[in-house]
Ligand binder design. Structure first.
Ligand SMILES: [Fe+2]
Length: 420
């Protein structure tokens, strides 16, 4: 749509494109993790005005906004305006992102922070770094958090309900290290949509005592625009959003990118990572957007992932693969070499229920042990001798549950397969 052609009727129908007051008030305060969440993080926030000074004050003790008392005072490492489309400019939207890279952090430590842009200070928040020993850790998994077109700004839309569920999980399980996001955050990575995603994340996942839930992002087919890179900035990113995150000394998440070639450099990188991580790590989980074993779309849609990645998963004994994109809930049987194999198989679970309307999965596929339709998040717990996975819906019901033991035999917990 060309600039100036945005009629009032269109504005009414898509009221997520709306004028924003330009101000230096910090909003969208969040934390990003990448490879080493025990020692590195990015604190990011938004102002609608460009502003002049953007700083974060950080300390391992709460300072309740007394700026002189914080041990670190850091200027924004990277600030830039979000790329706006003509209709967003015409509507009077503004957005500037500010990012501070924190290195040399201590493992398993609370970092309290206050963000200040042009002398407007935020509340004090904190985040927790990951441990670097072998203690139990958890992640919450979510994917496909784009909302129905009419519900992007609705205060009780499904994305916000799933975010609220994740907040409750973090409050209940303080050993959650981060949220792993299986991608498709919004319909397009345009500022008018990212604004609401970031608002929902900050407002709904932050705990009642102001703990921020760090984000480990992956990239999906709805995230190809540059706004995604602006929203999830990291210094000197080495490649296009594939990387390994060490959750503790024994568990790692390998994030892959289904929006670029699954072969070539990415496949070589995956093989080198798996060779390095196995057997050094006890638990390996891969996260990527488009499934190898889809629950709704045709089986053929998984062929690129199955030909490039699955043989490596099997060769190196990957434990779990977390997938999204199909907008349902699923868990596969353990699969090895195209067959169900309880001893050696990889379990593929997920399929994306973070807010997008749920589709009807096909429960009759040979490789699917469980399917359902739920707006949901996964709670994945990495223990010393087992991994426990629970899918929880927005009514707080456990709708799937399984345990993977260290000798790789799948132990099902009596949860019925199939059904809503
Ligand atoms: Fe997708």
């Amino acid at each position: 749509m060309a600039a100036g052609s945005l009629g009032l009727a269109t504005l009414g129908a898509e009221d997520y494109i709306r004028p924003l007051e330009p101000t230096s008030e910090p909003i969208h305060i969040r934390v990003l993790f990448e490879t080493d969440p025990a020692r590195e993080a990015v604190v990011a926030w938004t102002t609608t005005a460009e502003g002049e000074s953007h700083r974060v004050y950080v300390c391992t003790e709460p300072r309740e906004g007394d700026l002189d008392a914080y041990s670190l005072d850091l200027a924004s490492t990277h600030s830039q305006p979000y790329t706006l489309r003509a209709e967003e400019e015409t509507a009077g939207m503004y957005g500037h992102t500010h990012n501070v890279f924190l290195g040399d952090l201590e493992p398993d430590t609370r970092y309290y922070l206050t963000v200040v842009s042009d002398e407007i200070a935020s509340d004090e928040y904190y985040f927790k770094t990951a441990p670097d020993d072998d203690r139990q850790v958890r992640v919450v998994g979510v994917g496909d958090s784009r909302t129905p077109r009419a519900g992007r700004t609705h205060p009780e839309n499904e994305r916000r309900q799933v975010n609220d569920l994740m907040r409750r999980l973090v409050e209940e399980h303080p050993d959650i290290v981060a949220m792993i996001h299986g991608a498709d955050y919004t319909n397009r990575a345009y500022w008018a949509e990212l604004y609401w995603w970031l608002k929902d994340h900050a407002e709904m996942t932050t705990t009642s005592d102001n703990r921020l839930l760090p984000i480990i992002p992956s990239r999906g087919n709805h995230d190809r625009d540059v706004g995604f890179e602006e929203m999830f900035w990291w210094p000197d990113r080495e490649n296009d959003y594939y990387y390994t995150t060490r959750l503790n000394s024994e568990a790692a998440v390998i994030t892959l990118n289904t929006e670029i070639s699954r072969g070539g450099d990415q496949r070589e990188w995956l093989e080198s990572q798996l060779a390095e991580l196995r057997p050094a790590k006890r638990w390996l989980l891969a996260m990527y957007h488009r499934p190898a074993y889809p629950s709704v779309r045709d089986y053929g849609t998984g062929s690129s992932q199955r030909s490039a990645w699955v043989p490596l998963f099997e060769e190196y004994g990957l434990d779990l693969a977390y997938e999204s994109h199909d907008h349902a809930l699923k868990r596969s049987f353990p699969i090895f070499d195209g067959e169900i194999d309880e001893e050696r198989g990889v379990v593929y679970f997920g399929d994306g229920g973070g807010g997008v309307p749920q589709r009807q999965p096909d429960p009759d596929r040979w490789y699917l042990e469980m399917t359902g339709r739920h707006h949901h998040a996964h709670l994945v717990t990495f223990n010393d001798d087992h991994v426990e996975v629970k899918a929880i819906n927005i009514d707080d019901e456990i709708v799937d549950e399984f345990v993977l033991t260290h000798d790789r035999r799948l132990v099902l917990d009596g949860v019925p397969s199939g059904g809503e």
